[in-house]
Design a protein around this ligand. Sequence first.
Ligand code: SF4
Length: 430
Amino acid sequence: MKSNQLVSFITYGCKVNQFDTDKIISNLPENFTVIDDISLSDFCIINTCTVTDNTDNQFFKDLKRIKKINPKIKVLVTGCLAQTSPDKLSKLKNVDFIVDNANKYLIPKVIKEPDNYQNEIVSNIFDIKTFDDNYQNLKEDRSRAFLKIQDGCNYRCTFCIIPFARGRSRSMKVSEIIQKINELYSLGFNEVVLTGIHLSSYGKDLNITLIELLNIIESDTDMPNIRLSSIDPADTSIDFIDSICESKKICPSFHISLQSATDEILKDMKRRYKINIFDDLIKYIRNKIPHACIGTDVITGFPGETNVLFERTFDYIKNSELNYLHVFPYSDRKGTKASMRNDKISDYEKKKRSKLLRSLSSDLKNNFASRFIGKELVGIKEKNNKIRTNNYIDVIIESEIYNPGDIGTVLINKVENNKVFGKIINPQIQ
Ligand code: SF4
């Protein structure tokens, strides 16, 4: 084996997966260097996502491409597809190693001494009971840090494969979270995004609530901005919203997953709320924090979603307090209850509905941003002449000297062609 080894990474899917990749990188042996160029790499580590067909298909395409570019490269596949479908992966000749989520921590050792490990390292994800990801993303070129504080999910939405890929819900200890956030602040980060597979379940295994955690972060850290990733309406109480309203650190930006705006489909999905609960929640937020950005996820073409049901979802969203959507056409995941139904919706119809909702999302986004023309908003500077405001508007700014990650105030000038333009008026208010 060469003394200096080159390794490249491909990561699909959510922020949690990106976080896991960063953790692997941070634990690589000293003689391993991360590069982007697959043609020069000794290893390629692919961290998969299996939440939809699209991500699976992208992985299969990339796998072929990698071995074509570099036939000698060793490919190690990890992540959610490795956890849920190791048998499928073991039949692929382009895969050299399979290491599932339960054993991800072994990857640095596997690539250091590949001869000492079997080609397939898989075990039962439900055996993992404690949170062991005491690590955060420390990459200097990022404007904000992501801190994974929770993993797994104990629910069983009928379309979702995630619990089988990630196991039971488990949370990072409060003391470790506080320590990590303080470390991030001392390293110069002004914003931390708290992420998890089902963030709203944070603390259920530790006998503490997410509200209590946020209160402790508020009092025990100097981090100026705290952002939350997606939360579940079923676990979001009025008290929770009140405590965010009172916070000086938690960004006024909410991502609350809806999936469908009809009770019939929500019931079939085994979601734990009805549309009126969701609606009351977002109206309450809007009333309490008028400038808050509220976004959601929607699945189109869930089995049994007739045109009439889709239209009801569309009309509800159009007239709601929502400001943007993440739209996903329903994707059959083997082993889920929904995949066994015989009233599937055609791909054509799913695409058509997704297109309609994505166009609606653009309108909602533009309408929301337009409300702030002539107003000043505070945000974090990003790379590429952009500032992301605390209420989640990406504003293109004139090129000015600044450092990504700095806090600044931007004056919103105009909204044009789905883009928001502004001018930095205070580059560093820290
Ligand atoms: S709450 Fe439902 S959709 Fe979310 S991760 Fe758990 S099972 Fe999947």
